[in-house]
Write a protein that binds this ligand. Structure first.
Ligand code: FES
Length: 151
């Protein structure tokens, strides 16, 4: 991972570019690390606490490094009706993490998203963009084990 945030210059130096600066970091790093907060604070001449406040306010920003395998669990209407809440609960239990978190080994992260665009397969999740549909507990465990084996 690069700790060079020189690309922040693309957001200008006016404070109004602060969110853009954070978006740039997230686009490049996949999340906003602590040193990214420090870099933004320094770049825009604001307190780190102010940057933290912006991060907390906008749900779009991730503070944890995403896992090698990024799991998106769909909670759109069709998936919700077909039990996505239960799928999410199983997923959390299997991996020991909650929505928005990453496993300690860095392998998996979970994110709840809206419709993944394949409602006829509900309930659905994706792993690094690959879609898995008609999920049940057995299928979920099998998918996770396959990724664990890959390491
Ligand atoms: S609601 Fe889940 S894929 Fe559409």
């Amino acid at each position: 991972m690069s700790n060079d945030f020189s690309y922040l210059s693309e957001a200008g130096t006016d404070k109004s570019g602060l969110i853009k600066g954070l978006q740039l970091i997230q686009a490049k790093e996949g999340y906003v690390p602590d040193d990214g907060i420090r870099a933004v604070a320094k770049h825009f001449g604001v307190a780190e606490a102010e940057v933290e406040g912006v991060l907390t306010f906008y749900a779009q920003f991730k503070r944890q490094k995403p896992g090698k395998y990024q799991i998106c669990i769909c909670d759109g209407t069709a998936c919700h009706i077909k039990g996505s809440t239960q799928i999410a609960a199983w997923l959390s239990a299997e991996l020991g993490i909650k929505d928005g978190e990453t496993t300690e080994d860095g392998l998996f992260s979970i994110e709840t998203v809206a419709c993944l665009g394949c409602c006829s397969l509900a309930p659905v999740m994706s792993v690094n963009g690959k879609v898995y549909g008609k999920l049940d507990r057995k299928g979920l465990t099998r998918i996770l084990n396959d990724y664990k084996k890959l390491g």
